[in-house]
Design a protein. Structure first.
Length: 192
């Protein structure tokens, strides 16, 4: 591919243009006397206006630090609520009847979400929360049924009941902690 050479007018230095036509050179070098601007000449930029409004980066760092302190304190309180209800769920998981175990676990989780809603100032809707928690627990029901069956069979083996109840308590505590952390993250992200 061959390139075409540039026109001589573009490649000539400015000094040669002055010798060719002094009027053109004067128009290029200096603005027009009558205030008009040539198409080749750039217009001057207007002066910058100074405003008294603060720039976003000029804000004092105390305001974000204060909100971070409040958020950290709120998160610590939320973790205390989740830990307390996790312990309640572990005690509720010691109930040997599977239906009572699931009912207790659901009630404990609803109360935990209600307290978290109050902490994060999110409106609490009991029916929506109950259906959400039952849906989450529903994913664990097959494990719960297996656990109930094994705990029933453990009545036959000495000491087996304690192992079954211990597994039920640990499962209930872990499930409650997981549900609590899901709601804490949801409330911190701004979901209602």
């Amino acid at each position: 591919m061959t390139r075409k050479p540039l026109p001589k007018a573009i490649t000539r230095p400015l000094g040669e243009l002055r010798t060719l036509n002094p009027e053109i050179a004067a128009g290029v070098m200096a603005p027009a006397a009558n205030g008009e601007t040539h198409h080749d000449q750039a217009e001057p930029e207007p002066p910058l206006a100074v405003s008294s409004a603060p720039i976003a980066n000029d804000l004092t760092p105390a305001a974000p630090a204060l909100s971070q302190k409040v958020a950290a304190k709120r998160r610590a309180q939320a973790q205390k609520i989740v830990a307390r209800h996790r312990n309640y769920a572990a005690v509720g998981g010691l109930c040997p009847l599977p239906v009572a175990n699931i009912a207790a676990l659901t009630a404990i989780n609803i109360r935990m979400v209600q307290q978290l809603s109050a902490l994060y100032q999110v409106p609490f809707q009991r029916d929506r929360t109950r259906s959400f928690i039952v849906g989450l627990i529903g994913g664990v029901v097959p494990t719960g049924i297996g656990l109930a069956t094994s705990s029933t069979l453990m009545w036959i083996i000495p000491g087996g009941l304690l192992a079954g109840l211990g597994a039920s308590a640990v499962t209930a505590a872990a499930l409650t902690r997981g549900i609590g952390l899901v709601f804490v993250e949801s409330f911190e992200s701004g979901a209602t």
